[in-house]
Design a protein around this ligand. Structure first.
Ligand code: ADP
Length: 558
């Protein structure tokens, strides 16, 4: 099969317009010689006639010219010389073969094809003229009578040559068109590839020049793109002796703590799990060493059909801001702490003054106002201190065995009156949960924030459900409401300090955007997780999850 196709290709090259004159002529000469050998087997006398030998002579001359002359250096019209000589040879032989002259005449089709292929319509015209002069005219001259039969038969061959030539020219024109189209498509493709390579290089330069780490991951979590800043972050967080760690092996910690982030809380993993989030703080580097703190943000990338394709995670170094905020917090904490002592003393003396017998009524009322305001000032100083301590991440948790279900019941009880006043039904769906190591008052504060928000962001007539349950190895607490809800975009920023949704602001619902970030810090300090599911206008569910036996566990700072 291979041999057949290689021969077909070889013959194709010889007869194709691209083939050179020498190989075409050698091919034709071989056919003519084969023909001569075959007829000489039975009619050697025919071959030995002067006319046949003259035909062979013409063939020899044509072949010699085809081989010797550099045709590509001559004008294209010269390309007709060899085929016309071949036609002369065929005409001479044909003249000898009276009965089978028509069969021999068909041999002229080979040089006709070459001429048509090479010179197109000019070649066809020369071929028709040559066939008319060399074959049709002599056969008409030899005819016994010139009538419509002999004229028609004589003109048949030039007519066939014309048809075949036009067919070849038409087919080649079609091929030329397709070739041109193919060439321009290839050129276009090359230009597009060039443009794509240029913009890829530009994109690479741009993302390498920005100071933030950028990593793009596909659906399975494989890195698709990573800029040089991100490579450096990867390097800092790589454990010693591991040159190519995966994300679960990187040294990533909750900010300001020595607690490693669990695998599904790691920024890239969260993005692979289709989460969108902003300013998620992580500390990078070995535990115990003051590492660098980064704010990670993730967005999902959709393909042209709108389906999720990959995710981009951006890491910006916020260590200096964090340090600045911490020192500010330390300062405020110190000031508020220092204020408490003199204030306590002022209040003490005011109380003593109030107890003075026979105090003039005016003085008593002045003292009353001063006492009330001093108390208020002390309260503010205490609140300020508590808030700063919680924010600075230095507050120690006091962990004791406690049930999350008991905390839920306590919080529901605390808020029962407020719920009634606001016309909201609170459903308590509490399954007793096993004891965990918890700081009950701090966690009560966290759950209280969630229930307080649920009541605040649910209009009168709504329902709030507080639920606890045990799932596999986890203890869960959910607070679900039928309130105003949030969009996906709003949920992405929810646990950021001072963030408030547009809906909450538009409706003038009071708040400062501090509760949820504090709640998250408290939950994370317990080694737990907090998540939210919400739809605008339909309500929200906040879920806290704690492992029954936390591995590594919490480090006890909130
Ligand atoms: P605050 O309620 O004081 O503004 P939070 O930190 O507790 O602060 O909440 C942050 C923001 O999250 C709120 O301002 C509100 O926009 C939104 N939010 C919190 N809880 C809910 C909820 N249950 N339903 C709707 N929006 C909520």
């Amino acid at each position: 099969m291979d041999a057949v196709s290689s021969w077909t290709a070889r013959i194709g090259r010889v007869v194709s317009p691209a083939g050179d004159t020498a190989s075409k002529q050698l091919y034709f000469a071989a056919i003519m010689l084969g023909y001569t050998v075959l007829i000489s087997l039975s009619h050697v006398e025919m071959v030995l006639t002067g006319q046949f030998l003259a035909a062979l002579g013409v063939l020899l001359v044509a072949t010699a010219l085809a081989v010797v002359i550099r045709w590509e250096e001559l004008r294209p019209l010269w390309g007709a010389l060899v085929p016309v000589l071949d036609m002369v040879a065929v005409a001479l032989v044909r003249d000898l073969m009276r009965e089978s002259s028509m069969a021999v005449s068909l041999l002229v089709l080979i040089p006709v094809l070459w001429m048509a292929a090479r010179l197109r319509m000019t070649g066809v015209s020369i071929a028709v003229l040559a066939v008319t002069v060399l074959i049709a005219a002599p056969s008409l001259a030899r005819a016994d009578a010139i009538d419509s039969l002999t004229i028609t038969h004589s003109l048949l061959l030039p007519f066939i040559v014309l048809q075949v030539g036009m067919l070849v020219v038409g087919a080649l024109k079609l091929l030329d068109g397709q070739h041109r189209k193919l060439t321009s498509a290839l050129e276009e493709k090359a230009a597009l590839l060039e443009a794509a390579a240029t913009s890829e290089q530009l994109l690479k330069n741009v993302i390498d020049s920005v100071g933030v780490g950028i990593v793009v991951v596909d659906r399975d979590g494989h890195d698709v793109l990573m800029n040089s800043a991100q490579q450096r972050i990867h390097q800092i967080s790589s454990p010693e002796g591991n040159d190519d760690p995966n994300e679960a092996e990187l040294t990533l910690r909750y900010p300001g703590t020595t607690t490693p982030l669990p695998p599904d809380q790691r920024p890239v993993r969260r993005a692979v799990l289709q989460e969108t989030y902003s300013n998620y703080l992580v500390s990078v580097g070995p535990a115990g060493v003051a590492g660098t703190t980064f704010a990670a943000s993730a967005r999902q990338i959709l393909d042209r059909r709108g389906e999720r394709d990959s995710a981009v995670v951006v890491f910006s170094d916020v260590s200096s801001y964090i340090e600045m905020v911490r020192s500010q917090q330390r300062f405020v904490a110190a000031v508020s702490h220092e204020l408490r002592t003199p204030l306590t003393s002022v209040i003490g003396y005011l109380e003593m003054a109030q107890d003075t017998p026979e105090l003039p009524p005016k003085a008593a009322s002045y003292l009353e106002v001063a006492h009330r305001n001093a108390e208020q000032l002390l309260l503010i100083a205490q609140d300020l201190l508590a808030d700063q301590v919680a924010r600075s991440g230095t507050q120690k948790l006091t962990l004791r065995p406690h049930r999350l279900s008991a905390i839920a019941e306590q919080v529901v009880e605390d808020f029962a009156l407020r719920a009634e006043q606001e016309g909201i039904t609170v459903v308590q769906d509490v399954e007793q949960t096993p004891e965990l190591s918890l700081d009950a008052p701090r966690l009560q504060q966290a759950v209280g924030n969630l229930l307080s928000n649920a009541l605040k962001y649910t209009p009168a007539g709504g329902t709030v459900r507080v639920q606890t349950r045990v799932r596999q190895n986890e203890v869960e607490l959910c607070v679900t409401d039928t309130g105003i809800g949030m969009s996906d975009q709003e949920q992405a920023n929810l646990f950021t300090d001072y963030y408030r949704t547009e809906t909450a602001r538009d409706r003038h619902i009071p708040g400062h955007g501090i509760g949820l970030s504090l709640t998250r810090r408290l939950v994370v300090a317990h080694g737990g997780q907090i998540s939210v599911r919400s739809r605008p206008g339909e309500g929200s569910t906040f879920t806290l999850r704690f492992a029954q036996r936390p591995e590594g566990g919490a480090d006890g700072t909130a």
